[in-house]
Design a protein around this ligand. Structure first.
Ligand SMILES: C[S@@+](CC[C@H](N)C(=O)[O-])C[C@H]1O[C@@H](n2cnc3c(N)ncnc32)[C@H](O)[C@@H]1O
Length: 218
């Protein structure tokens, strides 16, 4: 498969030969990201927030989720503090060829890729960004997060990342009442999330996808 993929809504995604997986749904990268991570995950919390919202992303990848979160923070004028982990970074030259600025009419996408790892970057008045070049399994932080974007590759490709042990590690970094959103609604994912201390809700997915998950830490 080609490295660059044009998904059904006209937005780009990438193909990972290492995992034989694409980074987003073929039905639409932008549609998926906006539906699950922004509208289901971040928006309900950020729109009600009276203090900065701390977001943690598993799998920075193309940077699309981070870009949309940044632009939502700017639009609502509410502060977001965003931390992402990525074990296998996308080369900057590839990332800057993605068509997310053109499709959203927003700017700044390259900054997410060009800024340094393991440092805090104030990318706008309401968006602070930090990315760590580490395996999720090795990530630890003093921060408790309000919103988790759980965007690993599919459970068939990365079964080790969709288990109770990993979700317990995430739960320990999530505030009570904090939410985790993810595109996979498989039974093993729901069971692992419940065992790790989340109440799991099924929601309508983007496009033809029937279900996605929102899990609330109790
Ligand atoms: C589905 S893609 C993420 C898509 C991304 N959120 C975006 O908006 O483009 C999964 C990402 O997780 C990364 N990844 C895979 N295993 C990882 C691990 N153990 N720790 C951290 N990142 C990992 C991959 O390199 C890939 O970038």
């Amino acid at each position: 498969m080609e490295r660059f993929i044009l998904t059904e809504d006209g937005s780009h995604s990438l193909y990972s030969p290492q995992y034989n997986q694409q980074y987003h749904s073929l039905q639409g990268a932008l549609t998926e990201s906006e539906h699950i991570y922004i509208q289901l995950g971040l928006f309900p919390i950020l729109s009600q927030a009276s203090s900065p919202v701390h977001v943690f992303e598993m799998g920075f990848g193309t940077g699309l989720n981070a870009f949309l979160a940044w632009k939502l923070a700017d639009r609502l004028q509410k502060p977001v503090d965003y931390t992402s982990v990525e074990a296998f970074p996308v080369p900057v030259e590839e990332a800057v060829s993605l068509n997310y600025e053109t499709l959203t009419g927003q700017t700044g996408f390259a900054q997410l890729h060009e800024c340094g790892w393991s440092a805090e970057h104030q990318l706008s008045e309401n968006f602070t960004f930090r990315k760590e070049n580490v395996y999720l399994q090795n990530f630890r932080s003093d921060q408790l997060f309000d919103v988790i974007f759980y965007d690993a590759f599919d459970p068939r490709a990365q079964p080790e990342l969709w288990v109770e042990e990993i979700f317990s590690q995430i739960a320990a970094q999530t505030c009570t009442g904090g939410v985790l959103v993810t595109y996979s609604s498989k039974g093993i994912v729901k069971r692992a999330l419940r065992a790790a201390g989340f109440n799991v809700e099924r929601h309508k997915g983007p496009g033809r996808k029937t279900h996605v998950l929102k899990a609330i830490k109790y």
